[in-house]
Ligand binder design. Structure first.
Ligand SMILES: Nc1nc2c(ncn2[C@@H]2O[C@H](COP(=O)(O)OP(=O)(O)OP(=O)(O)O)[C@@H](O)[C@H]2O)c(=O)[nH]1
Ligand SMILES: [Mg+2]
Ligand SMILES: [Zn+2]
Length: 295
């Protein structure tokens, strides 16, 4: 059997690559379905190649995952790169949700502000830096078009398995092409709705020396579908950690409680109101799901 990594999968057919760069088309053994597991892009596997050249082989074993993301569905990534751009305009709530997903998986989230060449006055970057200054999230500014900021990003990517994620049209595939000289298909922004057109349809993994990158399809809706105790939500906001135990109520949700240290810091302009308003929106959602969890 051969060790490989799944680089793409569609319609039950998976493509895996071995260390020498050979690729294999495979199907998953039936036992995986019984186990309720399906292979994901990024999975490390054991495979047997097809016996004749045009016959598919088999995914025999899936090695334990060091991380698993469901949105986008990828395995073993170490960095979740959230890409935003001035056009389409950033959906910061989506960014926050992706950050929460990343932190729940113990993955490092990282924010990439792309299209610096059309970001007048670097407004998107400025917003990002203000909102996430204390959120323990690195913010990179690049232009996939001109290559600006490319070197910094590449050095951060060394030895990492990075997954590009974010809205359609922000330039994830263009950035991949710029970073590695690829020619992945990219799309336009619809002038009517100022949104991307969902050009990338499937996750795909690329490897360049010690850097592994997965391109994924853009999306605009994301549910915090996992049900968890709403008091835990604040744990995914690094900027709130230093206020733990300083509020009058315990636990404090930092929503409307009096004597709340987080709200005080917000009023003093130490914490970002925009980010906290979005936190409260997610908190509300989280509370409703928690309340209805036995329905
Ligand atoms: N001006 C400018 N345009 C860019 C930049 N990066 C990407 N674009 C343009 O943005 C559009 C969308 O780029 P894509 O790379 O297809 O976006 P995507 O995020 O992969 O979109 P999906 O695959 O649909 O999720 C294309 O017209 C690109 O040329 C950039 O840095 N500057
Ligand atoms: Mg794309
Ligand atoms: Zn509080």
């Amino acid at each position: 059997m051969i060790e490989g990594t799944i680089i793409r999968g569609r319609g039950g057919l998976y493509t895996a690559m071995d260390d020498s760069g050979n690729t294999y088309v495979l199907r998953a053994k039936k036992k995986f379905r019984r186990m309720g597991i399906s292979p994901l892009v990024g999975d490390k596997i054991l495979l047997t190649p097809g016996e004749i050249s045009d016959e598919h082989g088999w995914v025999e074993e899936i090695h334990p995952r060091i991380s698993q993301c469901l949105r986008p569905p990828v395995a073993n990534i170490t960095l979740l790169c959230i890409v935003v751009s001035p056009q389409p305009a950033p959906d910061w709530l989506l960014v926050d949700k992706l950050m929460i997903f990343a932190r729940k998986q113990l993955l490092t989230p990282l924010l990439i502000v792309n299209k610096a060449d059309i970001d007048e006055g670097q407004e998107t970057l400025r917003q990002a830096k203000t909102m996430y200054a204390k959120a323990d999230m690195d913010v990179f500014c690049v232009s996939a078009k001109t290559g600006m900021g490319k070197e910094e990003l590449l050095s951060r990517f060394q030895d990492q398995v990075c997954c590009f994620s974010g809205q359609s049209g922000v330039g994830k595939s263009t950035l991949l092409n710029q970073l590695f000289g690829l020619q992945v298909e990219t799309g336009d922004i619809s002038q009517k709705i100022l949104r991307g057109k969902n050009t990338t349809r499937h996750a795909e993994l690329f490897r360049f020396g010690s850097v592994t990158v997965i391109d994924t399809p853009g999306f605009s809706l994301l549910d915090l579908d996992e049900v968890f105790d709403p008091v835990l939500l604040q744990d995914y906001y690094p900027e709130l950690a230093e206020y733990a135990g300083q509020c009058r109520f315990s636990p404090c949700y930092h929503a409307t409680e009096p004597g709340c240290a987080v709200r005080d810091a917000e009023k003093e302009g130490i914490l970002s109101t925009e980010r906290l308003e979005r936190y409260r929106l997610l908190l509300k959602d989280c509370r409703e799901k928690w309340r209805d969890r036995y329905d």
